[in-house]
Design a binder for this molecule. Structure first.
Ligand SMILES: Nc1ncnc2c1ncn2[C@@H]1O[C@H](COP(=O)(O)OP(=O)(O)OP(=O)(O)O)[C@@H](O)[C@H]1O
Ligand SMILES: [Mg+2]
Length: 227
């Protein structure tokens, strides 16, 4: 198996049903980013999910309150940022704040990986991506901004954004309709999905159609995952 390479400045999608292990795997990827000193902003949707990552020295934790104003430009001075909602922050408020943040990060043009949990929440439907995400997905790489999308609702995540991703990571899918949906972009997914054990991750490279299975046993987190 070739090593998983997080240093490439490319967009990525992580998708799987709820509870399948997306965030645990994502945390492992973020630890790799950190080890390579690659700046990131993780836009978490849960108050505790990725909290273990603050165990990494220098990670700035930012609690997002509904309606609060943030000086995103100033906050960007921190290389590693973990954003979490407060218990009072509703999904729509969080999406609004995170959309503003992405809007602020994009023109700065400094290298950054922006990690978007529950990425399907940013669009009204699968045919209408959020304008900011669409812009950054299309143009961000030239400005060294890469997006990592995470979703548990693959059919609600815009194909337009997915088609900008260089890598897709999938854990085992259970619903035949989802498997058929994924097959539109990953032709032999049904066959590969059957081979996946619990927490195994398929890495699919869209340009070449190559894939590898990352066995669950090799996904070893350094920090605790609270999901
Ligand atoms: N590779 C793994 N090895 C051991 N345990 C794992 C692994 N991956 C995930 N888990 C455990 O499985 C549970 C669900 O994982 P996780 O929180 O990553 O799911 P998820 O796909 O992000 O779910 P949700 O859609 O609800 O956010 C957690 O308790 C996590 O610790
Ligand atoms: Mg999760």
């Amino acid at each position: 198996m070739s090593d998983l390479d997080v240093s490439q400045n490319v967009h990525r999608l992580i998708a799987a049903p709820t509870g399948a292990g997306k965030s645990y795997f994502l945390g492992w990827l973020v630890e790799k980013l950190y080890a390579e000193k690659k700046p990131f902003i993780l836009l978490d949707t849960k108050t505790r999910n990725h909290i273990g990552l603050i165990g990494l020295k220098g990670v700035k934790l930012l609690k997002i309150r509904p309606g609060a104003r943030y000086d995103w430009q100033k906050l960007l001075e921190y290389p590693y940022i973990l954003c979490i909602p407060t218990l009072l922050t509703k999904t729509e408020d969080l999406v609004e704040q995170y959309t503003e943040l992405i809007d602020a990060v994009y023109p700065v043009g400094k290298e950054r990986t922006i990690i978007v949990e529950e990425a399907h929440n940013y669009n009204k439907n699968a045919y209408a991506p959020s304008p900011v995400l669409e812009l950054v997905a299309r143009e961000g790489r030239g400005r060294q901004i890469s997006l990592w999308f995470v979703t548990q609702r693959i059919q609600d995540f815009p194909k337009l954004l997915w088609s900008q991703c260089y890598y897709t990571y999938l854990l085992k899918f259970m619903i035949p309709q989802d498997v058929r949906y994924v097959e539109a972009l990953i032709p032999n997914f049904n066959e590969i999905n059957r081979k996946l054990d619990r927490f195994d991750v398929l890495e699919y490279r869209h340009v070449s159609g190559e894939h590898q299975i990352i066995p669950a046993a090799s996904v070893n987190r350094q920090t605790k995952h609270y999901g």
